[in-house]
Design a binder for this molecule. Structure first.
Ligand code: HEM
Ligand code: HEM
Length: 228
């Protein structure tokens, strides 16, 4: 029987973990309330109209979660410049090592997606496929923030929504912005489903503590294998 010796490596610093779980919770709240805003249900009530405010509460939760989501991303962007090598922008944009990156990306696709290659690959931080996907998620987050605050701008006197007032004319008005904001929601939900599946898949197949790494920050890597 092959002997496996594992070493514990600390990868995700607390700001990355804080960003991760705040974002995950905020996305659940934003998608749930957002889809209700997009297709409101008719709630019948015998109360006076002025006494009902449930839809206002739905919108309030959306906007509160939106601010939390925005500031979590700002923290994460800051950490891309001061964090460790797994948190830095260069972990997501492989400047100077595009050749290796794309070779390894192809190896991940062959192994995890097409299942053409048997031995599990051993990366210390995010594998190139995950890193590319997360780069897209950071961009998608910025897109949801820009379109969301563009929709919010006419209803608010605050400075932050005002910064995005230029987005609406660019997308042909509020109707266009809502459509793109709505599409962004489904992109997030699609990502979340595949992401959770892959996290569980790696956790089970590789037994390196993938799942708990986003809680405690550490994961295990094999000693004798050459690491990338
Ligand atoms: C909507 C929900 C979620 C979103 C938007 C999301 C987003 C992300 C992002 C952006 C990263 C990269 C972290 C970074 O370097 O800053 C990441 C990594 C990770 N996420 Fe999530 N996540 C979500 C839900 C979850 C859930 C429910 C789990 C647990 C089952 C999970 C487990 C992990 C783990 C273990 C990693 C590290 C994976 C790796 O090695 O690449 N995530 N996630
Ligand atoms: C992952 C992040 C987000 C998701 C998933 C999301 C989702 C949604 C969805 C599905 C809608 C309904 C669109 C429609 O079909 O008409 C919506 C509306 C809206 N969202 Fe978001 N949203 C997000 C982030 C934000 C942010 C950061 C803001 C900034 C304030 C924001 C502000 C708004 C506004 C103002 C509306 C229109 C509300 C109304 O007309 O009453 N959203 N959102």
């Amino acid at each position: 029987m092959a002997k496996h010796i594992f070493r514990r490596v600390y990868l995700w610093e607390w700001p990355v973990r804080l960003y991760h779980w705040v974002t995950a919770l905020a996305v659940v709240a934003l998608a749930a309330t957002g889809l209700m805003i997009g297709a409101p249900v008719a709630v019948m009530s015998t109360r006076e109209a002025y006494a009902g405010y449930w839809f206002g509460t739905v919108r309030f939760v959306h906007f509160a979660a939106a601010y939390i989501f925005t500031f979590a991303l700002v923290l994460r962007l800051y950490w891309m410049f001061v964090g460790n090598s797994h948190a830095r922008w260069s972990a997501f944009i492989p400047v100077g090592r595009f050749g290796t990156f794309f070779r390894e990306l192809w190896a991940v696709i062959r192994t995890d997606v097409l299942q053409l290659q048997k031995p599990p690959l051993d990366f210390v931080g995010h594998n190139p496929m995950a890193a590319t996907t997360y780069a897209c998620i950071f961009l998608l987050s910025a897109f949801q923030i820009a379109t969301g605050f563009a929709l919010y701008a006419p209803m608010s006197a605050a400075w932050l929504p005002g910064l995005f007032a230029w987005v609406s004319p660019l997308m042909g008005g509020d109707a266009g912005v809502r459509l793109w904001h709505h599409a962004g929601t489904w992109a997030f939900l699609l990502f979340a489903a595949v992401h959770v599946y892959l996290v569980l898949y790696h956790d089970v197949v590789e037994s390196r503590g993938e799942l708990s790494s986003m809680v405690g920050g550490s994961r295990f890597v094999e000693h004798q294998v050459e690491h990338r």
